[in-house]
Design a protein. Structure first.
Length: 550
């Protein structure tokens, strides 16, 4: 059964079968022609027997009936067992070897004979159930129908055996000669196919040699097939080369992406440190604000004491002046701290904006990776189509193309994850910038409030100086100072609220930066996975043997 696996064996069997069928058809056709010719000759002989007997009876109308009967039943023999019999128009057998005197009008062939009275007929013998042929003619003077009949096989058996024997010998000779011709023809035809098969087997093997070429020596369909196969090899060679180059670019891009992720992670760490410093500054601001509030409360108590005790006005005024100077110094420190907070917040905003720009660059790199993955997937699809066109010889190409397509889909999925992480980072960066800008606004408001407090303290100092000079107006001045200190207390309360809000904003910014850092770590892991996939892709195409220098 293994012999039938080759194309040459199948072609030999098919052509030999067709040749045998053709010989059988020609032999059958020749046999039918010979048979028809023999039967026509037999019919002519029967016509001759009938005509001669007709002429004989017509010339001897007074001949004795017994003589005629003896002549028909014994003297005249047609072939091996044929004879002449006489029937009248009513179906009575007047002269017959075996059924003389019987009426056969009910038999179809007798009925046809007595109806037509002259002609030829082919019928089945009721005894032997074989075909007989007969010629008949009507003798009007006697009302007889003269019938000469004989079995077909008496005349066909010997010629048919000789014809079959001759056709068999001729057919065997023709089949042998035709088979030898087919063998040599299929050898010449299949040899180029064997070269193509051997080349395809070497390409599909572990060596995967894409440098092989099939030598084309003919311009027929097989030559065109060889040229097409060479084209497939060249296309596969170019495709593998492009895939290898694409894998190198993907590996390089993944390394750049990993480096960018590390840089972004480092930037996020710096931002976290800056936010922590902002938080410490805001805490210090809150402490200073509490100290200012305590001083303002003491000033308020002093003003009340001045209002109730005029004798202690000078001492209280000096003490208020001293406290006011301390408050002024504290507000100056607060303004400086707020300036530092403003600078830190601005720096943080710039860092976050830079982080957003770097995320945009990473997104562009990731789009390049997605494009490469799409191109790789398209190339794998084209390779699968070409392999499908190659049929059985392209099965190895189809497997490789499927593996390449899976790798391309893995790269596209990894790139999709990276795109999601980048969008999350950009969103967090925008939220961080918004939070930082809001914190900056709050710091400016706190700064304005502290400036107001500083102005109020200046007024306190001026008021105290006026108290020393104008004791008589101490009551009125004390009331004014009391109102001023109340305003200062309210302003300090606002500053305290601003400090609390700044601390809360700094804490939220720090949490956002930590989430961004975690996202960067996930992106770095995705970049590592992308690099691993690129290495696997390079290993898959490395088994193909390419031209030197490529």
């Amino acid at each position: 059964m293994r012999i039938m696996n080759s194309v040459r064996s199948k072609m030999i069997v098919i052509f030999a079968s067709l040749l045998i069928i053709a010989v059988l058809i020609v032999g059958l056709f020749a046999y039918n022609i010979a048979r028809h010719s023999l039967l026509e000759a037999v019919r002519a002989d029967l016509d001759s027997y009938v005509q001669q007997f007709y002429i004989f009876l017509e010339a001897n109308p007074d001949m004795d009936y017994d003589v005629i009967e003896k002549l028909c039943n014994k003297d005249i023999v047609i072939g091996k067992s044929g004879f002449i019999f006489v029937v009248d128009t009513k179906g009575n057998l007047l002269i017959h070897k075996k059924a003389q005197g019987e009426n056969w009008a009910d038999k179809p062939y007798i009925r046809e004979i007595i109806t037509k009275k002259e002609g030829r007929i082919r019928y089945i013998s009721p005894k032997t159930h074989t075909y007989k042929i007969a010629s008949y003619k009507y003798l009007k003077d006697f009302d007889w129908i003269i019938v000469a009949s004989a079995f077909e096989n008496d005349f066909l058996a010997a010629p048919r055996a000789a014809l079959i024997r001759n056709l068999t010998v001729a057919g065997i000779v023709i089949v042998i000669i035709g088979t030898l011709f087919i063998f040599f023809f299929t050898t010449l035809l299949v040899k180029p196919l064997s070269m193509i098969t051997e080349t395809a087997r070497e390409i599909a093997s572990q060596a995967a040699d894409l440098t092989r070429k099939i030598k084309v020596t003919s311009r027929d369909e097989i030559g065109k097939l060889a040229e097409a196969f060479n084209g497939i090899i060249e296309s596969t060679h170019s495709m593998v080369l492009r895939i290898r180059n694409s894998a190198d670019r993907v590996a390089a891009s993944s390394q750049d992406l990993s480096s960018s992720s590390q840089e972004v992670n480092a930037s996020a760490q710096q931002i976290t440190n800056s936010i922590q410093q902002i938080s410490k500054g805001v805490t210090t601001q809150a402490q200073k604000t509490e100290e200012i509030s305590r001083i303002v409360q003491e000033a308020t108590v002093s003003m009340r004491q001045v209002a109730s005790n005029a004798q202690q006005a000078a001492a209280a005024s000096k003490q208020a002046s001293m406290r006011a100077n301390e408050g002024r110094k504290a507000t100056t420190d607060t303004v400086e701290r707020m300036e530092e907070i403003t600078n830190v917040v601005n720096t943080t905003t710039e860092v976050i904006k830079n982080l957003s720009q770097q995320s945009q660059q990473i997104s562009e790199i990731n789009e390049t990776v997605v494009s490469i993955a799409d191109q790789t997937n398209l190339l794998a699809l084209n390779a699968a189509i070409e392999a499908a066109r190659a049929g059985e010889a392209g099965r190895g190409f189809a497997v490789v193309a499927e593996e390449i397509r899976k790798l391309a889909e893995g790269s596209a999925k990894a790139a999709g994850k990276i795109s999601g992480l980048i969008r999350k980072i950009q969103t967090m960066s925008q939220e961080a910038v918004a939070s930082a800008e809001a914190g900056s606004k709050k710091v400016v408001e706190g700064k304005n409030a502290v400036n107001k407090a500083s102005q109020a303290l200046d007024e306190i100092i001026n008021s105290v100086e006026h108290i020393v000079a104008m004791v008589n107006e101490i009551a009125v001045a004390s009331q004014q100072q009391l109102k001023s200190t109340e305003r200062i207390e309210a302003a300090v309360g606002e500053v305290a609220n601003i400090a609390e809000e700044s601390a809360s904003a700094a804490q939220e910014t720090s949490s956002s930066i930590e989430e961004q850092s975690a996202s960067m770590e996930e992106m770095a892991a995705s970049a590592g996975e992308l690099a691993r996939l690129a290495i696997e892709l390079k290993e898959s195409v490395a088994k193909f043997k390419l031209k030197e220098g490529e």
